[in-house]
Write a protein that binds this ligand. Sequence first.
Ligand SMILES: Nc1nc2c(c(=O)[nH]1)N[C@H]1C(S)=C(S)[C@@H](COP(=O)(O)O)O[C@H]1N2
Ligand SMILES: [Mo]
Length: 250
Amino acid sequence: MNSEPPEEPGEPRPPAPHGKPIGRRVLLGTIGLGALGVVAAPVLQRGLEGFLGAAADKDPTGLTGLLPNGGGFRYYSVTSSVPHKDATDYRLTVDGLVDRPKTYTLDDLRALPQTRLVKDVQCVTGWRVPDTPFEGVRLSRLLDAAGVRAKAGAVRFTCFDGAYSESLTLEQARRSDVLVALRMQDKDIGHAHGGPVRLYVAPMYFYKSAKWLSGITVTEDVKPGYWERLGYDVDAWVGKSNGRDDDPTS
Ligand SMILES: Nc1nc2c(c(=O)[nH]1)N[C@H]1C(S)=C(S)[C@@H](COP(=O)(O)O)O[C@H]1N2
Ligand SMILES: [Mo]
């Protein structure tokens, strides 16, 4: 599996990690037929493809991404409701193939050195928010503190919405532009944007940036996340993964 973006945009994209990549339109058709059973309902209500993906389809220019709709961001949640957590009850657990599993409170995370990144946010359906500041703790710092074991190869992320998950290879997870983010747009991350803590994977499509982050588990191999089981790339490099080919708005 590639852990760095291909050098040239014209290079063949990396294969999906498990099986053949599914094009977005094929995926939409599949969901439309209800063939995905249990996942279809939440996807149709709130999900990337069912709701906003369909909106993006009606806007092949991608210009809706530039409209003043809450600073350009669109709200996504694959669940219809998500509990609210704050400094009193938020917890982030780091476990799996590590020597020192640990549970952090929000204050624990705030006390660690914070890194600020200002990059573009890019959703796979085409909308983009340029120059968005994110601040938080480098994921690599939390991994180093936990002591990743030699046989580990990947990291799995889970969320307190109870449904979403994401994955990175260990090499991707250790990049300096991957944050456990506490702040976005120079504010504490609010509930709608996945607060109090979300992942921020700057070089990849925004679906990698899991909201309402509650678990970081070091694993041997990549466990495909929510959208990845529906055909999206684990290696979701902006402009160089399967979002691009299928999406006229990106
Ligand atoms: N827990 C969770 N994280 C998630 C999602 C989600 O549905 N649930 N959607 C992803 C997608 S597809 C996008 S584009 C961004 C949207 O973030 P926003 O709601 O802050 O704009 O969150 C990503 N992280
Ligand atoms: Mo997205």
